[in-house]
Design a protein. Sequence first.
Length: 471
Amino acid sequence: MKSLKRTLTTGIPGTMPPQSALVQRTLTIAIVEVCGWSMMWGFGDSFFGPFAVFLKADDFQMSLLGTLPVILGAVAQLMGASLIERLGRRRPLLILTAGIQSLGFLPLFWLPFFFPNHAAAIAVSLITFMVFTSNLGTPSFNSMMGDLVPEKERGRYFAKRSGVAMLVMLASMMTAGRIVTTLEGRHQVWLGFGIIFTIAMLARAFSAFLLSRYHEPVFKPSPSGDSLSLAKFLRQAPHTNFGRFTIIMAITIGASSLSAPFFTQYMIRDLHWTKNQFAACTAVLLLSQFGFIRWWGHLCDKHGNRATIRATCLILPLLPLLWVITRNFYLILGIQVLAGLVWSGFNLACSNFIYDSIPPNQRHRVFGYYNVIIGLFTLFGGSVVGAWCALHMPSSFQLGGLHIEFLSSLPAVFCVSGLLCALTGILLLPGFKEVRPAEPITFRQILWRILTGEPLYSRITEILSTCRRRG
């Protein structure tokens, strides 16, 4: 605690630390700051859906809650990139948007009291506004962190930060669920949501305070004539390495999104899982990501990101397909462990590849373009193609003499999603190149390391070494 206090208070006039010390201090603060953001997500964002149900939101309002924040959040990132260029600064916008998001939790609790007849509609509007505001600051954060984290350490640093975030998110979500469930048993659900939203507000306020302690490197935007517009980015995409990467990732994530919205429905409606089983399944996924992401970080720093992306994209199709062949709770927990391993490596490598590929003066814009395109493909995959498949695909099939009977149409959706992911991985993944010098490795070598259990063994060895040092 004393070292953290020294870290936060460094910078007394006349004793300004050197540039390297400022950067290192900021990277240390960023690890603590992500704990505040993660607590906000665990106590706040993850309970927006249940809160809307508590307010008796209808199907249309629930669909808006699932789509509007995604669409407007993507638009906000484009606006945030333009605001950075006009302001010439990044940190003030980041602090402001975090502070507004924090204050947004306060009126949520009071909606049932002051607007009982329109509480659900106002809640959807307020939540959308909070997400919009938060996304306004996302380009600022991505641009600053790209300048602050040394290129050769991005894998390890972001793996560490993401691992801390996942652990805090899991603990916060489980604690919040316990609070709401306990007070629901006492017929005081409103109080439960009031408590968790208050905690979320304070956590995000703490995060905003720590953001104000970040060191902001000098921002050097591109000359106005060289600014990369969205239209120009899209025109150039098929002809540039990063553009091809964006197209491939959009199609891959879009294919995965066909099945993603329906796993919860499948677990609760078709498999009839209890709340504890559902919570355990979610917890295992987060714990698996936390456990393996450091292994991926070392791998990405040493061997680059392309091989990791290719390896994980070849495993992704298996994840929805494995849900089709078993209904056993414990086997599905094993599938979640594999999912955590794969998605942690995929997300980390993609993020690092973006940082490596984009010039610093274009990073705030191109990150926004990338997220907009990914968001549109995610919406199209889940809300259009996936929803159509769920409504129209049969639950039973006759393949020659083999009769297959599913619990619903959802396993068929999982099959379509998995097959499209496989097709994308086979046909498109060779279409982009590594962008920084790294020790060569093939995706087959990474797959072999996974198959032999190296991620698990390395994590166990790391934990035992840490215990011995502390003992």
